[in-house]
Ligand binder design. Structure first.
Ligand code: PXP
Length: 243
């Protein structure tokens, strides 16, 4: 059975707009689980722009499967070891970026990544590498001992959004080839970044992909599907109140 991981970072983005307690990514995670997702994903960024350290600990204690997206800096690795989530997804991180921009260069950082994988495996934590759909990165992920690769679908999503059909099909082909290759080497195959309710349809045809990790589009849709009720309730409260 294929799996959905829901990324709750952007619930925290909204909370950080007021630096308060609401909306809570932990409450959101509970709702996502009840609605049928298989794991909860969050990214503790080095600049703490959305998810905070306390969120990660609370999520670990409240959700069934936590997949911690993380950079490979010493500070974040240390925290991840303390939290001990079921899974980690190693991603590159740049301070200035709006969101994760590219895949991790596993091939160029085999030694360090191999050591990190070992640290997590000693603690029975599954390790996934967020990579571009490139065979070299997949080979390197397998060599350093990763359990899975998450294929970056961000570029595909961008082409889809701009109706750049040729590039979109080409990128989809690369994702498909990478997925097939990764599975043949014994890696599990995940996919994520920029997937939404329309662009996921062609990606779902790639049978090798077992897990889809999706955040932004789900949180955005939730805003609109919930907006009607939220306004109606407040309007009723105000209009029904006695003067
Ligand atoms: N997978 C990885 C590795 C990511 O970095 C992100 C973004 O945090 C996602 C999945 C989810 O992407 P989106 O929020 O665009 O669905």
């Amino acid at each position: 059975m294929r799996k959905l991981g829901v990324n709750v970072d952007h619930v925290a983005t909204l909370r950080q707009a007021r630096r308060g307690r609401f909306p809570s990514p932990v409450v959101a995670a509970g709702i996502c689980e009840v609605a049928g997702c298989d794991s909860i994903v969050c990214h503790l960024r080095e600049d703490r722009r959305h998810i905070q350290d306390s969120d990660v600990y609370q999520l670990k204690n409240s959700v069934r499967i936590l997949n911690l997206e993380m950079a490979t800096s010493d500070e974040i690795v240390e925290i991840a070891i303390k939290v001990a989530p079921a899974q980690v997804t190693l991603v590159p991180e740049k301070r200035q970026e709006l969101t994760t921009e590219g895949g991790l260069d596993v091939a160029g950082n085999r030694k360090r990544l191999g050591e990190i994988v070992k640290l997590f495996h000693e603690r029975k934590i599954t390790v996934s590498m967020f990579v571009e759909p490139e065979l070299e990165q997949i080979d390197a992920s397998r060599e350093v001992g990763a359990d899975a690769v998450e294929i970056h679908t961000g570029r595909y999503a961008e082409y889809f959004e701009k109706y750049q059909q040729d590039q979109c099909y080409r990128e989809l082909g690369r994702i498909s080839k990478a997925a097939e290759y990764a599975l043949s080497t014994g890696l599990k195959v995940h996919a994520g970044h920029g997937l939404d309710y329309r662009n996921i349809i062609p990606v779902l045809k790639i049978q090798q992909i077992e897990e889809f990790n999706i955040g932004y589009s789900i949180i955005c849709k939730a805003l609109f599907t919930g907006l009607f009720e939220a306004v109606r309730e407040m309007a009723q409260l105000i209009k029904k109140a006695e003067k």
